[in-house]
Structure formats: C-alpha cells, structure tokens
Design a protein around this ligand. Sequence first.
Ligand code: HEM
Length: 125
Amino acid sequence: MIFAYSLLVAVHVVSFLFCAGPLLALALAPDMGPSAAQRLTRVASFGLLALLVTGVGAIAMTGPAFIHTWWLRLSLILFLVIGALTGRLRRLTREPGSAGAVGRLARVTTLALVLVVYLMEAKPF
Ligand code: HEM
C-alpha cells in the first residue's frame, strides 16, 4: 500500500513536469512558432489532467487526512484557475501575432503552478 502510494505521488510529480515544462518553454520563447506552441499547450493540458487524476487518487488513498486542509482547498481553486488559463493559452496559440500575449499568459500560469507546488510541498496550513 505504501509502495503504491509512493508510486502514485511520483507519477503526480512527473505529471507536474509535463505540465510546467511546456508552459515554462512557452514563457521563455513565446515566438517559437504556432505549431510548436500548440504542441506545448496540448502536452501541458495532458499534464494538468494527469495531475488531477493522480491527485484525486492520492486523496482517495489517504481518506480524510488531507481533505479538510486549507493548503489543499486553495490548491484546488488555483488548479481551476490554471486549467482556465491553459485553455485560454491553447486558443491564443491559434491566433496569429499573439506571441506577446502567449508569453505573458504562460508566465502567469507558471507562477500559479509554482504557488501550488509551494502549498503542496510545505502544507503551511
Ligand atoms: C496545479 C496542479 C498541481 C501541482 C503543481 C501539484 C504538485 C504537487 C507536489 C509537488 C506535491 C508534493 C509531492 C511530494 O513531495 O510528496 C503534491 C502532493 C499532493 N497533491 Fe498535488 N499538485 C497539483 C494538483 C493536485 C490536485 C488537483 C490534487 C487533488 C485533487 C492534488 C493532490 C495532492 C495530494 C493529496 C498531495 C499530498 C501527497 C503527500 O504529501 O502524501 N494535487 N502535489
């Protein structure tokens, strides 16, 4: 059971890599071209979905341990915000001449992800 849980949390963190990696690349090089930008936002969306699935799995395995904590509630709100921003980013990458807006939005989304990593790692409250 402990092994299965560790494995699930490891997949959760790998999912984070697949979400944050493409967003950071977009934040640093938003003028990379539409086809690369679209591929990156697609990978980021899949990473986000995997974060949700593995996160729900972790909660299911820990029962009431985390469910009443504010770090988790706040993270879930931020997760919804990140989901909405990633959706907006996907649409923006299809619009010509949107590199500036893509870069700004990717930076904001990456920042929100950093905040969630802090909340989930430090569990401050
Ligand atoms: C923005 C998306 C998310 C990011 C960046 C993220 C990141 C992380 C990180 C870095 C950890 C710490 C892993 C460790 O060192 O043990 C973690 C733990 C955890 N995450 Fe997430 N997560 C996200 C979304 C979610 C969602 C949507 C849920 C639930 C629905 C969730 C549930 C959990 C739980 C329960 C833990 C605690 C695992 C433990 O400490 O035993 N996460 N997350």
